[in-house]
Ligand binder design. Sequence first.
Ligand code: PLP
Length: 467
Amino acid sequence: MTPARVIPSIEELLQRPALAAASAAHGRDVVSRAAREAAAALRTRLRAGDASLPGNETDAATWLEARALEQVAAGLAASLVPVINATGVLLHTNLGRAPLAPDALARVTEVAAGYSNLEYDLDQGARGDRHAHAERLLVDLTGAEAGLVVNNNAAAALVVLASLAAGREVIVSRGELVEIGGGFRVPDILAASGAVLREVGTTNRTRASDYAAAVSERTALLLRVHPSNFQIEGFAERPTLEAIAALGRRFDLPVVEDLGSGWLGVVDPPTGLDTEPTVRGSLGAGADLVLSSGDKLLGGPQAGIIVGRRALIDRIRRHPLMRAMRADKMTYAALEATLALWAQPPSRDRIPVWGMLSLRREDIDRRAQGVAAALAAVPGLSCRVVDGASTSGGGAAPTSRLPTRLLAVRREGIDASALERRLRLGRPPVIARIEKNEVLLDLRTVSAQDDVRLAAAVTAASRPDAE
Ligand SMILES: *Cc1c(COP(=O)(O)O)cnc(C)c1O
């Protein structure tokens, strides 16, 4: 008998009680697909002469049943799962940027679990405007005339350019034609908006006179982009925002600044971030519109925040692209709650990003020593607490370094990349970095409540039988 003859028919398999029950719970299609895939896998491996596989029909059916059930369960498992961010990069775009405040989560649950006045005017008892939400808080916090929320900052840039500059020229310094993490390329967004890019200056030096010389009847606006994830050092120069704003007034052109990081400027930033421009500061310097992200230094949900002149914001609001860029009710709920925390000084500590930025090296050291003590008895593991630096990431203060204390971990018998991999594949996954054949864990970006889970994850990854 050829090895594949031990494989029962799919019909027979589906009649087995466990698979029949799975069909009733999850639908016959899903279960029969899983059974067919399991049978195909078994056939391939039997043909390849894998001796560890079942050799008679009863064992084959049991094996296939278990495989099919595993597959059905895997199909239902979430792909998006929480991880422990031990990289020390606060706004890690790959790890979902800002963790939300408990207040924001509570508001999302409250609003999204039922109906809301998302587009309903409670006073008038009639259709309302979703863009009204969050505006009052944005205006109060930034001092702007008006505010508008869209899906993210890339959408904000796109809709602003499409509304104010389609078919006309936008003047940008060559030094600001940058790519920001996650494939946000200023020239591509400009092209997608229908605006025409008018580059001025050079990569390292652009002067106000370069902008002035490029202004013509085709010019729609002056765009300034915060070089948020890099810094040109040495022989570099760009005009101040005040100088560009003065040009805007002279030629009657709007000045738009894409700030990215979204530090509001209602409180002083912690040391290390003190050179970071603020939304308030940019408006004060004369920008007509300032664009920023909700999930960077603001510490809220993914969102694009546009603040500035009422007349410009009204034009943007009416653009058809707004329908495609609009934010969802969960975004408004989380954003309003986060902005309300910024507006109340004693409550700011509840914003995780603010909390992590404000952690002192001594606080982190104390926690690191605690985790190191918990790991002291793990066989084969060595763990030291050393000096290091956390970074803000996510397009803020590119050269900022926040002094921290790191756990530097080695496991006898395996190299750092194998240990890092085990941590990454654990439950919960722990994301760490490697330096000089040591795995480095920065507790600044780990919630203090997770220190125990982190220690457990490192212990599990150090077991001799850990994969
Ligand atoms: C991060 C960033 C963006 C993109 O923002 P998203 O919210 O990710 O769309 C655009 N411009 C600047 C300057 C940024 O820093």
